[in-house]
Design a protein around this ligand. Structure first.
Ligand code: AMP
Length: 610
């Protein structure tokens, strides 16, 4: 089918030709004729990236009447970013439609400006539910003549808590209207909206319900929980041209992973709820124009970020809700391009992969985290490729060449190449020298490859340690496994845990904030649900107890007590049972075995929240 065959107005076809849309996408093929030829309600199951904006936008524009000065169509969407994106798209499709006025109304911007814009026209209004409701209440937005209502990303609007706002807007609209509901997933609440506010809607889907795009490959990598971050780095390193979003579950984790990536020299930044709107936009813009390769984000913060051409979606942690995985993975493989959605999981998470597989009717590939040699070879070839294809500025460089030739005269061609490659690459080689296998082969059991006979990890990520030292930087809360013996450390119990939003970074921040102990070396850290354990230099045992007298964390009176040394691996029963007080505790069996900082150098928290 061509756009001409749909019967859209010539002005619209002209604009589409200029934009470069040659033929309709599958969702457009289904929705455009439906909207142009019937007034039946419609539910369309479609992900972002399928061309759904044009799918509803083109017919809405086609049906609008510029002679008639009132709001005829309203598009509701969950976020300011999406609102602006839809507005821009509609505006470009309507480039040759004289007198047609599209207005965007959303929270976080001057309402007076938006009221003025509505007064000037507003044949089509695109808005977020909160602001639209506000404008209706103030009698500045009149929906009595609306003929078409579009609910875009309806599931996201509900996820974001707009249920009451939607009910209120929908009940204020004329009954005689056509309603189109676009959603990537089909939770119960959407069915309720359909039942209450739509009239026997037709249902169409691009692919099956809850099924991601065919252009996306799903992969998972299984490692021990403590190896997730090193695994992330390897997966990024094996994909030198990665352009993707790293999804984390909490704000704290988002900050922590972004900090570590930046610290380790990656081109990354974080997007989370603690940023101001201006900071948020700055980060998103940097990412959009590819000045950032990796954006570390929570699901909530990434809403409304609309970027095509992502090569990867990385699930550093799987979302609690499998439907959120569908949303995440739908951010790659857009507009016909291929994409990879990968998950780094630990041994007890295969069940969650199966759950997602069932829901999406898609299979994940279980892939192996690359070893050091594979990463190095990929990076080397990438470098060679760059050298081969670099543009040489003959004119400028010529003046320096005679001296350079002279200086390098003594090297053969082979040696010369080795020198150039080494200059760029030594850091990498050192980093991955003796890098252990991070893959876990069976459920709940560590892979013993890469370990010495005593079960201790071989100097894990030794190269990185050297590298970090070389750069003279603190490791900033690096929670990789550290099998250093704890003889010089004393172990403490602290009465706060992950349920209090307490992370290793917070613990280090808390120690740093107590002047009398801010310089002590910190050893292993274990964060459990209700409490945690940590080690500090033995000589500061008493100072730590004193320092924490009267300290408060997020409203909780902190209590720190000495604890018995952690039992050896042999003694551990994998029991995650609780603390039984007075230093008598059962094994943790899991949790962060943090520290990572051999020699107990002090680490500084860059994102401590107090
Ligand atoms: P959307 O799902 O509306 O966010 O669209 C995803 C991307 O596909 C956007 O970059 C659109 O500009 C592009 N797109 C939408 N429809 C077409 C089409 N018919 N041909 C080519 N690209 C399209």
């Amino acid at each position: 089918m061509t756009f001409e065959e749909t019967g859209l107005r010539p002005e619209i076809l002209k604009a589409l030709g200029e934009i470069g849309f040659e033929s309709p996408t599958p969702i457009q093929e289904k929705t455009i004729p439906h909207l142009l030829n019937t007034d039946k309600d419609l539910i369309a199951l479609a992900q972002t990236g399928t061309g759904k904006t044009a799918a509803f936008g083109l017919p809405v524009l086609h049906l609008s009447d510029t002679e008639f000065n009132s709001t005829q169509a309203i598009v509701l969407c969950p976020t300011r970013e999406l609102c602006l994106q839809i507005y821009r798209d509609l505006d470009s499709f309507a480039k040759y439609m004289k007198g047609l006025d599209v207005v965007a109304v959303y929270g976080g911007d001057s309402i007076d400006k938006q009221i003025k814009a509505l007064r000037r026209g507003g044949h089509i209004v695109v808005g977020t539910p909160g602001r639209v409701n506000d404008l209706i209440r103030r009698k500045r937005l009149d929906l009595s003549s609306v003929r078409t209502l579009v609910l875009d990303e309806a599931d996201e609007m509900l996820n974001m808590g707009f249920k009451d706002e939607l009910d209120s807007i929908l009940s204020a609209m004329p009954e005689e209207r056509q309603t189109l509901l676009f959603s990537a997933t089909m939770p119960k609440e959407i069915s309720r909206i359909a039942k209450n506010y739509m009239d026997t809607p037709d249902e169409i889907a691009v692919g099956k319900k809850n099924e991601g795009a065919d252009t996306v490959t799903h992969e998972y990598y299984m490692v021990n929980a403590r190896d997730k971050y090193p695994a992330l780095k390897r997966l990024v390193d094996i994909n030198p041209n990665v352009y993707g979003i790293v999804f984390c579950r909490t704000r704290a984790e988002t900050k922590e992973i972004a900090n570590k990536l930046v610290h380790d020299g990656y081109n990354a930044d974080a997007l989370h709820g603690d940023l101001s709107q201006a900071q948020r936009e700055q980060v998103m813009n940097k990412f959009r124009i590819k000045h950032l390769q990796l954006l570390v984000a929570t699901d909530v913060a990434a809403r409304g970020l609309d970027v095509d051409n992502l090569t990867h979606v990385i699930n550093f942690n799987l979302p609690d809700d499998p439907e959120a995985y569908v949303h995440r993975s739908g951010r790659t493989g857009r507009a016909g391009k291929k994409g990879i959605s990968l998950a780094i999981i630990h041994t007890r998470e295969t069940g969650r992969i199966r759950q997602i597989e069932r829901m999406m009717s898609k299979k994940f590939d279980h892939k192996q985290v690359p070893n050091g040699k594979e990463v190095c070879s990929k990076q080397l070839f990438n470098l060679i490729d760059k050298i081969e294809n670099i543009e040489v500025n003959e004119e400028q460089i010529e003046q320096f060449m005679p001296d350079i030739y002279k200086k390098l005269e003594w090297l053969s061609r082979e040696e010369l190449i080795k020198h150039f490659v080494s200059a760029e690459f030594n850091r990498f080689l050192t980093y991955y020298e003796d890098a252990p296998d991070l893959n876990v082969t069976s459920r709940g059991r560590d892979n013993d490859r890469g370990r010495g006979r005593d079960g201790r990890s071989r100097d894990r990520d030794r190269g990185r340690d050297r590298d970090d030292r070389g750069r003279g930087r603190d490791r900033g809360g690096d929670f990789d496994r550290d099998d250093r013996k704890s003889n010089n450390y004393s172990r403490f119990f602290i009465n706060i845990g992950s349920k209090d939003e307490f992370s290793p970074t917070n613990l280090i921040g808390l120690i740093n904030d107590q002047p009398s102990v801010s310089q002590v070396g910190v050893g292993k850290i274990e964060i459990l649900k209700k409490f945690s354990f940590f080690e500090v230099d033995k000589q500061y045992e008493k100072d730590i107890i004193d320092a924490f007298q009267g300290v408060n964390y997020n409203g909780i009176d902190v209590s720190v007590e000495p604890s018995n040394p952690k039992p050896s691996a042999r003694d551990r029963g994998g029991d995650r049972g609780g603390y039984s007080g007075g230093g008598r505790r059962r094994s943790s069996g899991g949790g962060y075995s943090g520290g990572g900082d051999r020699g107990g150098r002090r680490r500084r928290s860059s994102n401590s929240k107090y």
